[in-house]
Design a protein around this ligand. Structure first.
Ligand code: MG
Length: 365
């Protein structure tokens, strides 16, 4: 069956509360949806959030990449020729990883539907459930404590605390949350590049000296600063997770070989989709490095593609797939089931989403 059309549409879902990190504040998920159609009428769906502060991708750039570059490159290709499709997808233009991710997951969705299997099984996986953390936005301490307690009440056993705005005040934030939630809740700390290397060491050591147990610290220093990442990783006991520093498999291999971080956060919007994410999984596995699977502000479609990958690869030992939990409602039909901290994989073919909340206008050939 041949690809006969690739269309873009848009989805908007309000968040339960504003999402605040060291880099930005957002109130709605406003993402681009992609539909890939074959000549027998089968369809696959994908999603990309415009996360300009991290990937450089905007609403306009994603739509243009899909319509003007990716669509003409892939039209007419046989859906069974996935290797050929992904080679073309990755080489028809540089960067634009979010647009590529949306099309990549739609192709995987179509191919798995054609196999009659859920995507995670096509990828070789057997895990039926995944536990995710929940993000606590950076705010005044009282608000963060309140949000953390509410999350624990909802059943979350792992919290991802956003910091990185005010240096040592972040120690107070984390200490107050630890005090409120008690010792059993796992705390992940994400500075989103908000500290410098020496400051990171001071902050993390202060947490260690206070005996505040932190599971990991994510991306303490700017994405480009591999030296800084290495300095932090070698001067603290707490595991350091690279996020914005790793987009590609090349980034992952360099970071691992330079011992610049202990863990890698894989996100489909950074890699350009599942095809390239699998390469990072393999590289990490070869070197004995564990991975987290994360997401941007994505709704259920893109997060479910990531969940299928996580269910398929044992090297992914941690999940930060809280996008759907942050949304006020779920506008999709089908797909994995999100019950607070747990994601349950279903047996429906493909990613499993059968209806998306937007209309797609066919492009003129
Ligand atoms: Mg992060």
């Amino acid at each position: 069956m041949r690809i006969c059309d690739i269309q873009a549409g848009e989805v908007r879902i309000p968040l339960r509360k504003p999402f605040r990190t060291a880099l930005r504040t957002v109130e709605n998920v406003e993402d681009i949806l992609v539909r890939v159609v074959t000549d027998d009428g089968a369809e696959g769906f994908g999603e990309a959030p415009p996360t300009a502060v991290i990937t450089g991708d905007t609403r306009g750039s994603i739509i243009t990449a899909v319509r003007d570059f990716i669509r003409p490159a892939l039209i007419g290709m046989e859906i069974e020729n996935t290797e050929g499709i992904f080679q073309k997808l990755n080489h028809c233009m540089v960067k634009n990883t979010s647009a590529k991710a949306a099309v990549d997951m739609a192709i995987y969705d179509l191919f798995a539907k054609r196999c009659g299997l859920p995507l995670y099984q096509v990828l070789g996986g057997a895990a039926r459930e995944i536990e995710t953390d929940l993000t606590i936005s950076v705010n005044e301490i009282g608000q963060m404590v309140e949000d953390s307690l509410e999350a624990v009440q909802r059943g979350y056993r792992i919290l991802k605390i956003k910091v990185g705005k005010e240096g040592l005040k972040d120690v107070e934030r984390i200490a107050a949350i630890r005090e409120a939630v008690g010792p059993k809740v796992s705390l992940r700390v994400d500075a989103n590049q908000g500290w410098d290397a020496r400051q990171s060491v001071r902050i993390i050591r202060a947490l260690e000296d206070k005996g505040i147990n932190i599971e990991l610290v994510e991306q303490p220093v700017p994405a480009w600063d591999f030296e800084g990442m290495k300095f932090v990783t070698s001067h603290v006991d707490t595991p350091i997770l690279a996020d914005e520093s790793v987009f590609s498999a090349q980034d992952a291999i360099r970071l691992i070989q330079e011992r610049a971080a202990d863990l890698i956060n894989i996100k489909l919007m950074k890699t350009g989709g599942i095809y390239n994410a699998l390469k990072i999984c393999s590289a990490a596995e070869i070197y004995g490095v564990e991975c987290m699977i994360g997401c941007m502000l994505e709704s259920k479609l893109a997060v479910s593609a990531a969940a299928h990958l996580a269910a398929a690869r044992t090297v992914i030992t941690k999940a930060d797939l809280d996008g759907p939990s942050l949304c006020l409602f779920d506008p999709y039909e089908g797909g994995p089931e999100y019950r607070e901290n747990m994601i349950y994989m279903m047996d429906a073919p493909g990613i499993g989403i059968t209806r998306v909340p937007c209309s797609f206008l066919p492009e003129e050939s």
